[in-house]
Design a protein around this ligand. Structure first.
Ligand code: BLA
Length: 506
């Protein structure tokens, strides 16, 4: 897909934002051929920053622009494959920081102004505050609140949000720290399409991104196509990559003037974002962004360790319950009868409204469930499924008949028993009547301009609420591990029974 192809709000996922061919206006992007060290592409704002027009720079050697010392550091890093460091340097009488990286067959250099200087002592204090502040939280909500507070106090954005993704990449604002006069967006939900997958994937790479001035004039990179690859430059790792016009429109509709976004990555997966808004232009420099990266990293590690603690606790509680249930299973009963007679119902192994045992065409129901006939149909559907363990919080998405019993079974977790394909243990989760609401007054539509607001959190919220139908609470990793372990236990029981029967027959 070439850029700019017609991208609108229906095909966001397709926008190749890494090939945008534009820079943000707060710095200069140069592309250098690493064989000749000639500048082959440049953002068209070099006159403003370096006092030299981009036309003059093109085909010039890099060394004459950045000086011998900086040039040597960069070439040494290339020779020794040591990885680049940010370098401070002077061009004319201006101080810059240059951030080199490789992209395909180009050496890309991002030049930014040095910006606000933090004394080492101040920096050290911030790092200590980050570690101490974040380490002292025992729950994820507390941790998120602390992270938002720290971000606000260190970087001073008007609004700081911790934005958490669900399994389908919808998001929710789970913590917020803001200037008092702003309306709160805490607890608001947004659909996955607001941050399309290519944007989320980039966050795994660059981790922190600023948009320093939402109302900026995008700076073209000239020439648009690289002479090496005959394609636009891949700016995935450039800190100065221009912003998708769609996202700019979104921010403008929110009246936001600048943003800082940091990735929260837990076990290699994007868990959420720290999203900061400012209501005028705002630049934070490279060193400050590194501090932000550090904060996000400590935050992420703490989430991982709290999650592990929760997992271990739940799993060990469940192990005890499982042991009790198994102790009650009598060899002379069928498994269905055994689970029916056990003092502890198996459905209590995890949060659920009800459950079913489907075994050798016999169905036993526990708690709140669909009818027996419906469970029979459902198990026919499950039998066709390859997976041994199947779970969803949105069953009717997979199996439309589930519309009829979404009240009791919007979500299911099931596993296949033994070697047969049509024996199951199933847990059901009821539909959650989510009490989500739009912050502020949803009826105050007087000032609401449909066309202008087509890309705005309020529109997104409407889109998101439409999707709420027939959804249960999510299955957690400890639920899934419990199911696996219980399956193992029951399979052992089945084997034992089969063995006894065989020995009886002999
Ligand atoms: C990017 N959208 C983003 C980003 C955020 C959001 C945080 C990353 C910002 C960045 O890269 O700096 C969304 N921001 C939010 C949300 C809140 C917020 C939900 O503050 C809630 C408070 N966006 C849309 C639609 C499309 C879209 C409908 O709403 C597509 C049709 C696209 N969003 C879009 C794109 C990007 C983006 C393409 C990447 C921007 C870029 O990196 O150039």
């Amino acid at each position: 897909l070439s850029y700019p192809e017609k991208i609108d709000i229906r095909n966001c996922e397709k926008e190749p934002i890494h090939l945008i061919g534009k820079a943000q206006a707060h710095g200069v992007i140069l592309a250098v051929d690493p064989k000749t060290f000639k500048i082959i592409q440049a953002s068209e704002n070099t006159l403003k920053f370096f006092g030299i027009s981009h036309k003059v720079l093109l085909n010039d050697g890099l060394e004459s622009l950045i000086g011998k010392a900086a040039f040597e550091k960069i070439t040494t890093a290339i020779d020794q494959k040591t990885g680049f460091k940010a370098e401070e340097l002077k061009i004319g009488n201006k101080h810059f920081i240059v951030l080199p990286h490789f992209s395909e067959d180009h050496l890309i250099l991002d030049f930014e102004v040095l910006g606000e200087y933090w004394e080492p002592m101040f920096l050290q204090q911030q790092l200590t505050n980050i570690i101490n502040g974040l380490d002292s939280n025992e729950t994820i909500p507390n941790l998120c609140n602390t992270a938002a507070k720290l971000m606000k106090s260190i970087f001073g954005y008007d609004r700081v949000m911790v934005y958490r993704f669900d399994e389908e990449w919808n998001g929710e604002v789970v913590a917020e720290e803001k200037e008092e006069h702003l309306e709160s967006w805490l607890d608001l939900h947004y659909p996955a399409s607001d941050i399309p997958s290519q944007s989320r994937n980039l966050f795994l790479k660059h981790k922190v991104r600023i948009i320093s001035d939402v109302n900026y004039e995008p700076v073209p990179i000239s020439p648009y196509l690289s002479q090496i690859t005959k394609k636009p430059l891949d700016l995935s790792k450039s800190t100065l990559r221009g912003v998708s016009p769609i996202h700019i429109e979104y921010l403008q509709n929110m009246k936001v003037g600048a943003s800082l976004t940091a990735a929260i990555i837990v076990h290699g997966k994007l868990w959420g974002l720290i999203a900061c808004h400012h209501y005028s232009a705002k630049f934070i420099n490279y060193f400050q962004r590194e501090t932000c990266k550090f904060l996000a990293q400590v935050f992420s590690n703490n989430i991982a360790s709290i999650q592990t603690g929760i997992f271990n606790k739940k799993f060990s509680e469940n192990s005890e319950l499982r042991a009790k249930i198994l102790a009650d299973l009598k060899i002379e009963n069928t498994l269905g009868e055994g689970l029916e007679n056990a003092k502890i119902p198996f459905i209590s192994l995890m949060e659920s409204g009800g459950g079913a045992v489907v075994l050798d065409d016999e169905i036993k129901l526990f708690g709140k469930t669909p009818t027996e006939a419906e469970v029979k149909d459902l198990s026919d559907f499950l039998a066709e499924n390859e997976e041994i363990i199947f779970y969803t919080k949105h069953l009717k998405n997979h199996f439309s008949a589930a519309e009829n019993y979404k009240k009791s079974a919007s979500g299911i977790l099931s596993f296949k028993l033994g070697r047969a394909n049509n024996n199951f243990i199933i847990w059901f989760r009821p539909e959650v009547a989510e009490t989500v609401s739009w912050g502020g007054n949803p009826n105050k539509k007087l000032t609401y301009n449909e066309e202008k607001q087509r890309l705005s959190p309020r529109k997104s919220f409407e889109k998101w609420t439409e999707k709420l139908d027939g959804i249960s609470n999510s299955w957690q990793d400890y639920d899934i591990e419990t199911a696996k372990a219980f399956r193992e236990n029951l399979n052992q029981c089945i084997l034992k029974k089969q063995k006894e029967e065989i020995s009886r027959l002999n």
